[in-house]
Design a protein. Sequence first.
Length: 161
Amino acid sequence: MTENDKAAKKIKITDPKLGLEKATSWCAYQERCQQEVRDKLYEWGLWPDAVENIISELITQNFLNEERFAKAYAGGKFRIKKWGRVKIKLELKKRKISDYCIKKGLKEIEEDDYRLTLMKVITEYSKKVKEKHPLKRKYRIVNYALSRGFEQDLIWEALGN
């Protein structure tokens, strides 16, 4: 399939009513943020005025709710992917979620569960690390936990330093 065939297969929507209908079902499928919906509407070929009108209509009908999205996103990434608060916050910022909604979303994570998950992440990774030298080993474990989005002070605390 050539590039022209792919471009020809992409369906463009010019009718705002049809765009609203499709966006409604797309948002009903799972929580979305405004930026994801905006990008999708532009991808479908709608004009800027229509895009903003559709987004405001989705908000009015409660299909779009940034706070609800932030809570669902933070909770899901923490429980399923075992991400730390730092990584979750960065990803929410990337999606242009307000600081207020980010704080609300991060409150969904219980402190005890968070520390327990950090310990599990460290323990599981420790089993995989082949490094024998204790300092290099600890360095690798700390870097891994940092890459998962956990805070440095909590990591050191979990490692007993």
